[in-house]
Write a protein that binds this ligand. Structure first.
Ligand SMILES: Cc1ncc(COP(=O)(O)O)c(C=O)c1O
Ligand SMILES: [Zn+2]
Length: 425
């Protein structure tokens, strides 16, 4: 491994025998750019995104169905042009029918997209990291990293370890213990920064420039974000190649929701998804709701906030893709809702009790927001709603533990069980 200073001096991405990548183009002004570890347009500072060859051959439904069950079965809509070299088995999580949850929410049908069991680190971030690490390989970047609220840290650490890459991972100092241990165990350079995620992100933007590393959600962000489209692709395929009516997703930087909307549009355009455009609904915690505020207020400028919520994984006060998420919500006919910390904890226990899925705080926000959207009349009794459960509850047990009744402790005596059983009846 070259020293950081040497890496800073050499132009990144000089040599690579990794996969070829799509070129990039500016989302705002359209300016093209060769594949590079670069997130913003040199012309206008808009975000760079992969530019796909409109004439490329697209697969049929049957061809996709015959491929291995991972995000790569949709490879024509991902920015890695050759076979992926790392993280080849991420994705294709279950879409669960949730009738008891539908009844509790008051909607016709509820489905849970269960990324609490995504591989390898139990959150949807495994999808974006799988794409980003293949982009890093294609660009010849030998060190990777990220700025993270926790799940991304877990995922970069695990997937870099598996790929044999050194990883530098930056997180807010006071993250949940499950997120810290679930990163450190893979042996990355884990750095805890005094400050909130937005401070970490600012620092990492400078780090990316200085050291020439591939920071997956900074200078590789254009490639990284595309991985989230696979949530939409899978939902459509799992519904028998039909678009859902409504989808509720949690928002932090706003990338996931924006890319779910984009994924639906791309499959529809390819003639592979039937039905009208799905309404997308965004969920945040009240203590950090800059995107929900923008949807409610109108306009296209995020007003940053200082996060104050137990939903640490989605506590981003200045979301990079906030305006795009707000635009996707509005133009699809969806809505946005913010919920309190108490409501999100109820969301976690409601989901667990009705579906057997234990989600982390972000999933609790999704469930609680869906409930609120029904109460507000934004979602109705005729709706089919897909809830994006994006992370695993075992990572944030401290959030829900205080809300659970303590289990009785007994001697190993039958009469003690009998007394408990009697008390229940
Ligand atoms: C569990 C979970 N859900 C949702 C999100 C939101 O993702 P995005 O930043 O793309 O909006 C995150 C982001 O960290 C997350 O960790
Ligand atoms: Zn531009």
């Amino acid at each position: 491994m070259s020293s950081p200073v040497a890496a800073a001096r050499t132009a990144p991405a000089a040599v690579s025998n990794g996969p070829r990548l799509t070129p990039l183009a500016c989302r705002l002004c359209g300016a093209p750019h060769a594949p590079a570890p670069l997130a913003t347009c040199p012309e206008c500072l808009g975000p760079l995104e992969p530019a796909y060859d409109a004439a490329r051959r697209l697969p049929t439904r049957a061809e996709i169905e015959a491929r291995p069950r991972s995000i790569w079965r949709y490879r024509e809509w991902l920015p890695i042009l050759d076979a992926p070299v790392v993280s080849t088995d991420t994705g294709f999580t279950p879409l669960l029918e949730a009738p008891a949850l539908a009844r509790a929410l008051g909607v016709r049908r509820a489905l849970v997209k269960n990324d609490a069991v995504c591989h390898p680190t139990l959150s949807f971030k495994d999808r974006v990291v799988a794409v980003a690490l293949n982009a890093a390989a294609g660009l010849g970047l030998e060190t990777v990293g990220c700025a993270s609220t926790g799940n991304l840290a877990n995922s970069v650490a695990a997937q870099a370890a598996r790929a044999g890459l050194p990883a530098w991972i930056f997180v807010p100092e006071d993250l949940e213990i499950g997120k810290i241990v679930g990163t450190a165990v893979y042996g990355p350079r884990l750095v805890r920064v005094r400050g909130n995620y937005d401070d970490v992100n600012r620092l990492c933007a400078q780090v990316a420039d200085r050291f020439g590393w591939g920071l997956v959600n900074l200078n590789l962000r254009g490639y990284y974000g595309e991985g989230s489209k696979t949530v939409a692709f899978e939902i459509v395929e799992q519904l028998g190649w039909r678009l859902p009516q409504a989808v509720v997703a949690p928002m932090a930087g706003g990338s996931l929701l924006t890319k779910i909307d984009k994924g639906f549009a791309e499959l529809a355009k390819a003639g592979l998804a039937d039905g009208p455009r799905p309404r997308v609904y965004g969920a945040q915690a009240e203590g950090c709701a800059p995107i929900v505020n923008l949807v409610h207020r109108g306009g296209d400028r995020i007003e940053p906030v200082v996060p104050r919520t137990i939903a640490r994984s989605i506590a981003i006060g200045n979301p990079a893709d906030g305006r795009f998420a707000a635009e996707a919500i509005r133009s699809s006919g969806g809505a946005a809702a913010a919920v309190s910390d108490a409501e999100l904890v109820e969301g976690i226990t409601l989901l667990a009790a009705t579906t057997g899925v234990f989600t982390e705080t972000a999933g609790g926000v999704t469930v609680a927001a869906a409930r609120k959207l029904v109460r507000e009349g934004q979602l109705g009794p005729d709706d089919e709603v897909v809830l994006c459960i994006t992370g695993n509850g075992l990572k944030t047990i401290e959030a829900v533990q205080p809300a659970l009744a303590p289990a009785p402790i007994i001697d190993p005596k039958l009469r003690e069980v009998a007394a408990l059983a009697q008390a229940v009846h």
